[in-house]
Design a protein around this ligand. Structure first.
Ligand code: PMP
Length: 428
């Protein structure tokens, strides 16, 4: 039998770090990543034949579980017609109509191939539409590996941003300002001084890339207000939250309407898909209607559209998100109770079908500084213990967890039983 360890060694010969996306490498976790052979329902099966209850779900798309038969059928039905034509196809209109129907703030939508492309294009569009260069983002929010968005705060809130990766020119990063997530006063202070120069605010309406941090009451509303006051475009990056926090995304859940929305993950049903859309008058700035250029050889790919549409139709079922939220509550309440019983300081935070575990003494975690203050070693031990028990959590304490409708009562109970055993082994 070939092991994950062996495959990881082989992979590192010709793939940087052995992975095609860094978080997969299990860096700092002192073991090789799992090499997965197949997946079904809530389960991953690795190359060694071991089964794992999966709370990553391919980082979000698999909201009805793996290998959903309806999604696979939809793809199979189109397969023999060919993979790509580079022409318009009717199924792209079906997808656009469906998205606009589910998310009322979207009047027009353009399909792309990843979440990164969605945010990159939305930022360019906002800049082109407003004629301004400056972008405001929040510390600990991730919007894909777009140059303008791989930027961290400079020293002091009113200074210019600094690249957070070599290869991003400082002259580009200086147009990106990074503020603290959930800091309403900080946003207002910044806009009072510089608001008229801001093309857009881009925000994860529930932060899912520094663990799971929902917005405090009034935060998203404040973003809407300053954008209205200063003619800036409000972009919700709902690549993770879209169709997950609620059917209509975080904007439906929190009742705050952005100008542009970025989508990914679920919208492609597990295929490489992203989308950005929003107000008609802004979207009409996109080529060929308008001057802002954006394009894609494989954008709107018919197989990808078939998978995405099939999945969106399923998550549209009445009560789908209530049931998903209930599962998250069962898991998170159960984990908190078991941690408490063993004197372990661990809290959970949740929004619809996503959740996060924090090893901390704090009662809540609201921003990047607080998230990075959590006990990384406790997380590492818990993660490795759960893996041993056959439960696959996100391999980083800065990632959210994802529930699916395929997680059964038994799966949740088995996860809680495993957690109880692993909590007992933690040496904090
Ligand atoms: N935005 C958010 C909020 C994300 O979570 C991610 C990816 N996890 C992206 C954008 C980038 O999407 P992709 O990896 O498909 O480029």
């Amino acid at each position: 039998m070939t092991t994950s360890e062996q495959l990881f060694t082989q992979a590192q010969r010709h793939i940087p770090g052995g992975v095609n996306s860094p978080v997969r490498a299990f860096k700092g976790l002192s073991r090789a990543p799992l090499f997965i052979e197949r997946a079904q329902y809530a389960y991953l099966f690795d190359v060694e034949g071991k089964r794992y209850i999966d709370y990553v779900g391919s980082w979000g798309p698999m909201i009805t579980g793996h290998a959903d038969p309806d999604v696979l059928d939809a793809v199979r039905r189109r397969l023999d017609d060919g993979l790509s034509f580079g022409t318009p196809t009717a199924i792209e209109t079906d997808m656009a109509d469906l998205i606009c129907d589910i998310i009322p703030s979207i009047d027009m939508v353009r399909m792309v191939n990843s979440g990164t492309e969605a945010t990159m294009s939305a930022v360019r569009l906002a800049r082109g539409y407003t004629g301004r260069d400056r972008i405001v983002k929040f510390e600990g929010n991730y919007h894909g590996h777009v140059d303008s968005l791989l930027v961290k705060a400079g020293s002091g809130a009113l200074t210019h941003g600094e690249p957070s990766s070599p290869g991003v020119p400082a002259s580009l990063a200086e147009h990106t300002i990074t503020l603290d997530y959930n800091d309403i006063e900080g946003v207002k202070r910044y806009f009072d001084v510089e608001g008229d120069r801001v093309a857009a605010i881009i925000v994860e309406p529930v932060a899912g890339n520094m663990n799971c941090i929902p917005p405090v009451p009034g935060f998203l509303e404040a973003l809407r207000e300053v954008c209205d006051q200063h003619g800036s475009v409000l972009i919700f990056d709902e690549v993770m939250t879209g169709f997950r926090v609620a059917l209509g995304g975080a904007q439906a859940h929190y009742q705050v309407t952005p100008d542009l929305t970025c989508l990914g993950k679920i919208v492609g049903g597990g295929m490489p898909v992203g989308a950005f859309g929003g107000k008609r008058k802004i979207m009409e700035y996109i080529s060929p209607l308008g001057p802002v250029y954006q394009a894609g050889t494989l954008a709107g790919n018919p197989l990808a559209m078939a998978a995405g549409i099939a999945l969106l139709k399923k998550v549209r079922a009445p009560g789908f998100h209530d049931a998903l939220t209930q599962r998250v509550d069962t898991l998170c309440d159960g984990l908190e109770a078991r941690a408490k019983a063993q004197g372990i300081n661990m809290i959970t935070q949740r929004a619809g079908g996503m959740f996060g575990l924090f090893f901390t003494d704090a009662e809540q975690v609201q921003n990047f500084t607080e998230a990075t203050g959590c006990n990384t070693e406790a997380f590492r031990q818990f993660f490795l213990g759960m893996l041993e028990e056959g439960v696959y959590l996100a391999p980083s304490n800065y990632e959210a967890g994802f529930m699916s409708s395929a997680h059964s009562e038994d799966d949740l109970q088995a996860t809680l039983d495993a957690a109880e055993r692993v909590f007992a082994t933690l040496t904090l």
